[in-house]
Design a protein around this ligand. Sequence first.
Ligand SMILES: NC(=O)c1ccc[n+]([C@@H]2O[C@H](COP(=O)([O-])OP(=O)(O)OC[C@H]3O[C@@H](n4cnc5c(N)ncnc54)[C@H](O)[C@@H]3O)[C@@H](O)[C@H]2O)c1
Ligand SMILES: [Zn+2]
Length: 361
Amino acid sequence: MLAPISCNGYSIYFNEDGYEQLNHYIQQRNPSRIFILTDENTNEHCIPAFMGKMPADFNAEIIEIEAGEIHKTIATCNEVWQVLSELGADRKSLLINLGGGVVTDLGGFVASTFMRGIDFVNVPTSLLAMVDASVGGKTGVDLGPLKNQVGVINVPGILIVDTSMLTTLPFDEMRSGLAEMLKHGLIQDENYWAAFRDLSALDISDLDKLIRDSIIIKNNIVVQDPREAGLRKSLNFGHTLGHAIESYFLQAPEKMTLLHGEAIAIGMILETWLSVQTQQFPEEKLEDITRVILSYFPKVVIEQKDIAPILSYLKYDKKNTHGHINFLLLKDIGTPVIDARADDDLLVQSFAYYNEQSQKA
Ligand SMILES: NC(=O)c1ccc[n+]([C@@H]2O[C@H](COP(=O)([O-])OP(=O)(O)OC[C@H]3O[C@@H](n4cnc5c(N)ncnc54)[C@H](O)[C@@H]3O)[C@@H](O)[C@H]2O)c1
Ligand SMILES: [Zn+2]
C-alpha cells in the first residue's frame, strides 16, 4: 500500500485506501447531497470505475462539462452553479471533482464560491492532475487568453489518487504529465530525476511510487511557500519559455498543437542551457537532460522567424516584476535559482541549441 501524504489541512490517499478514506470522509461529513463534476471523457471512462469502487448505497448526481481548456471559464462555472442550484444543492452538499486539471481547477473554484463555499473532494484522473494540478490548493479559471486569471486558494477535504484511472488516458496526455514529474526531479531531487533516465525498465508499481514521490516534492514546496513568495516559484522551471512557446503555437494555425507538457519539455531544455550560461550549471548534465527529454518528447522545429514572436509573449509572464522577466534557473539539479535574469541574445541562442540537439537526436 502507498502511504498517505499529509498536506496543509487535508491528506492524499492512494488507490484502494483512497476509496476507504473517501467513505469515512463522507460518513463523517454526512453531506446533504453529493454531486460529481466530470467532463465528457471522464464521465465516459472514469465514472464506471469510480462507481464500481464505491459502496452500493452511494448516491450522487453527475454533472458533466465539455472537455478542454477552452471551457475552463466563468461561463462554465455559471452553468455548474446553476445546475447545482436547480438540483437543490445546499451549504451541506459535497462536490467530487473527477477529472483532469480542468475539472479539478474549475470544480475547486465552483465549490469554493457556491453559497460562499461547500466541501469538495478531488479525484484527479490525468497524470498531470495527479502530480500537479490537484495538489497545492490553487483553483480557478481562465479569463480569455489569460490563464488562471481568476480564482482562489482553497484545499479539498480529501484527495484520492487512483492510478488505475490512467489506463484510459491517451498517451500524449500521459507524456504531458511526465514533463511535470521530470521538472520535480530537476528542481528538487537528483535521485528522483535519475529514475526517468530509462522508463522502459519500470513496471506499474514503480509508476505508482514515482507518482507519489512527485506529489511529495510538489507538496513540500507548497507547504513551505503556499503564496509563492519564493521557493514555490521553482515550480515554474521550464515554464517561462515553455508557456511562451505554448501560446505561440496555439495561435499559429500552420503549427502543430503542443500540449502543455510538450511545450514545457522544450522550455526545460532551453532554461537548462541558460543555466549553464549564467549559473555555472554543469554542462555534462545539460547534455544528459537534453538527451532524456528528447527521447520522450516530440522534436519540434522552431524556425528563426518564430523566435521573436515567441519571445514577445514573455511580457505577459506572471512572474515579471518592475518590467523584468524573471526566470527560474538552476545552479545544479536540485538547486533552483529564483528571479534569475537572462539577456535577449542568450534567449535567442538557447533556441539554436535546442534546434541543433533535436535535429541530431
Ligand atoms: N492548480 C494548479 O496548481 C495547476 C497546476 C498545473 C496545471 N493546472 C491546470 O491543469 C489543467 C491541465 O490539466 P490536464 O492536463 O489534466 O488537462 P485536462 O483536464 O484538459 O485533461 C486532459 C484531457 O484528458 C482527458 N482525461 C482526463 N482523465 C482521463 C482519463 N482517465 N481517461 C481518458 N481521458 C481522460 C480530459 O477529458 C481531457 O480531454 C490546466 O488548466 C492547467 O492550468 C493547474
Ligand atoms: Zn506545468
